[in-house]
Design a protein around this ligand. Structure first.
Ligand code: SF4
Length: 78
């Protein structure tokens, strides 16, 4: 699942999501929780500020969220 804008891509590996809900809690304009408890990327994800997106991704317990800017994946652990 990927949502794109000219500069940002937010990708979530749904096979790795453990349904913690952390991403939606930190960045509710970027992520939502489906009826089964797993995260989905919202169409408004790329309107979310990059700092908030990165904070959500870093706090994901399985690190299954990736963020790229202009095609380059951001190193969330740097
Ligand atoms: S923080 Fe990660 S594991 Fe938790 S719901 Fe979001 S994508 Fe899934």
């Amino acid at each position: 699942m990927t949502t794109s804008s000219p500069t940002l891509d937010v990708t979530l590996d749904t096979t790795e999501c453990c349904a913690s809900g952390m991403c939606a809690s930190i960045a509710p304009t970027a992520f939502a929780i489906d009826t089964a408890g797993y995260a989905v990327v919202l169409p408004t994800a790329t309107d979310t500020d990059l700092e908030t997106l990165c904070r959500a991704a870093r706090n994901c317990p399985t690190l299954c969220i990736s963020i790229a800017r202009d095609g380059d994946e951001i190193d969330l652990l740097a």
